[in-house]
Design a protein. Sequence first.
Lengths: 387, 370, 166
Amino acid sequence: MPYNSILNWIVFTDPMQNGYYPYSVYNLPYDIGLKLWELLGGLIAWLINLLVPGNCVSTWLVCDQVANVFAIILMVVVIFAVGFIINLTMIWEERKVLGRMMDRRATKIGPLGYFQCLADGLKTFMKENIAPKKADKKIYWWALALVIGVSVLVACMVPLSGRWFIADYGTGLLIIFGLFALAPFLILCAGWAQNNKYSLIGGLRAAELMISYEIPMLLLLTGVILMTGSFNINDIVNAQYENTWYIIPQFLGFIVFLICAIAESERVPFDLSEAEAELVEGWQTEYAGMKWGLIMLGDYFRGYVACALVVIMYLGGWMLPYFGSTPVPELVFIAKVFLVFFIFVWARAALPRVRTDQILNIGWKILMPLAVVNLAIVIALRMGGVF
Amino acid sequence: MTEKMNADKMWVTMGPQHPFSHGLWTLRVKVDGEIVVDAEPEVGYLHRGWEKECEQRTYAKIIPMADRLCYSASMTWSHLYCKAAEEALDIEVPERAQYMRVIADEICRIQSHLMWLAAVGTDLGNLTVFLWALREREFFLDLNVRLCGQRLTTNYPRIGGVRSDMPYYFERDCMRAVEHFEKTLWEIIGLTDESSIFVSRMKGIGYITRKDVANLGITGPAMRGCGVDYDVRRDDPYDAYDQLTFEVPVLKEGDTYSRYMVRIEELFQSCELIRQAMKKLESIPKTAPYRVKVPRCVPAGTTCAKIEDPRGESIMYLVSDGSERPYRLKVRSPVFVNVSASKNMVVGNRIADIPAIMAMIDMCLGETDR
Amino acid sequence: MADNDIIEAPSYEDTISLLKAKFGDKLVFRTSTKKNNRAINQKRRIFLSTDRETIYPLCEYLHGKLNYEQATSVCGVDWVDHLQVVYHITNYFTAVMVEIEVDVPNDDPHIASVTPIWGGANWHERETYELFGIIFDGHPKLERLLTPQSYEFYPFRKSYKLRGQE
């Protein structure tokens, strides 16, 4: 036969057998990426082989090393796509739940109103891209790109289950917190670069808000880590499956962390930096059109990360109490994230905005001592041998 | 030296297009960090020359114009104008029309205060209050539609009475609306008054002394929240108000929270007034006249008529010269004076408090600029 | 009773008698002939007219001694041969309102400002200035308020005709 069969080229292999497989455990997105590449690359290789039989490009396309490279690229795309869809669903959930609490029905386009987000995204995409003349061009664009980029990076670094992760790093939670904490600095730069008094005030407010609410969060993180004994997210989730969900011994910490998470995501009641009634849009005033659309997505990504942290640290991650690991632990995790997000939306519907100095009061004078108390409880439990 | 000292203070212009300003006006504030040290309101974007236009029209044609002075308090403005014309003509309005005007005024007051409550919710960041207050307002706008065919600019009073009598089943609808509203107002209060965030954002800011309030001419709920016990309906009564008993809420603290509480209490009192007026209307025969015929030309002289608008004390000063058109018609709007006093209320507070303080004044640009 | 004691709630008759005693014939009292007006029948309105020189001492007396706390309105009227400023002053305790008319000649439209006495008259006087051209001496900031700063005419004078008038 002068032509090879297509099945010579499209061969689905086990990712763990690939000599260059970068992880030590099974990784689902990598598997999906590898299979996608084997499909696509095999198809292209077969086509090229039809035209020029026996060439080296086709064999190069399906060899192990190249498959690995492309599998990693496609894995990242898959993780981003799934994160994006979760984000869109979170926006949809917020609008629907908020609408019903306000005694109205929100978003009617599409099945249960799901396509409204796509319609909004399309609308924002069509807008004109303008920048103020006197703004500091470099910082204006770079700060924006970094804010969005860092938010998306953090959202993709949150693992959805034991087999859905980008990197199984030993210091999991710490890296997520570190990237989370990068945002205030970038928002400050963005607010200053727009050459607008409102943005300046908004940027300052956002920075001071986030910095003062990260300290209780870190103290509570220490509590969880002490109870587990490791930074690794896998270890934390497994420890919660073996003992109990950490919400029970650290209930105080759960409440404080919930409040800090709402503050860090810049949602009402803590959304001073984008207080529409006072400062138009705060630090986003001069970002119009698609830039604003991306900033809003970035905000929801960070909201997603905050909810995911709550679920990982206090609500048992992707494991259920008696059943343990389910066939699709990712769905369990996402369901729990949506549940926590429902509480965020409820707070938004019921509460007005808190003033700047009152926010700082709450953060420094109320939440931080409570976080320290929580740490003391954890230490007492650990030394008493209960955990 | 002074430039160096003032280098860190900057003038921030809030408006004319700004999400919190209900209407088109500018508030320029000088901020030192977060604290306001100076303020200067600028109005006049909506000046239509209303008073000069009135000199071109006959007396009956000015009633719809008076409605458009403030769209949400239109019933009281046209009532005020008709009262001024009637006092110039020196005629007495029939009793049935007096009670109808009282009921229409109180419906207007409830509906205007609910609009204010919705605005307070938005300014402080809680959109649920906005939607719930507007949902309740719909019942009273429906009452307006039944009474005169229009939701907002009602054109209901006439010189010499009212336009038409009560439609059938109006009493039943009115009582239903009032009873329903008295229950659901407690739900809205549960979101505002019982929320400590709301209260802490309103207490202790926007403070004015009682002496300043009287001197600067602030009237209405803003004045009664500072300790001045004066209400035109009780002290200088007109129409049927001297036959009805009601309380005038007065609080002494003088900050934003007391102005808010005064308006909420006024909502309850308006419900009470509507109930009493409806009861008294039952004793007046249904065939009693609701309108008297008035001559076309008003005798020469000056008149000054006062009324209690939802926002304060409004006055119309009418100079007539014996012809069928007014010679001069001056409108004193309560919001005009309240806004001019905003400097005293805003200085010393934070920039984040400005929406809360200005929301309590209940701006309406139509009557400020005329 | 010392001369600078404030009477908190002077009644209608007290006010008229005290004003007559202090200012004599500089004030001209009018009585109203309206029969159906409740406020006039229940004695809550006082009508006066006076001249330019007495208006400031009169207002000081009303505010300082008779406790008329609120300058409710200050407006202008254009009688073609002269201008007129009309003040309305209210007492919060008795609900009595005093209406004062002051004539101002066309060629010298100056009058003392009552803003130092009542802050509430500030914007009223600015509005009267920009619409009629009456200049209030002693006003802290006599600028145009409602009309644009570039206007050079006074819109509410009878000499300014709207479109559609002859």
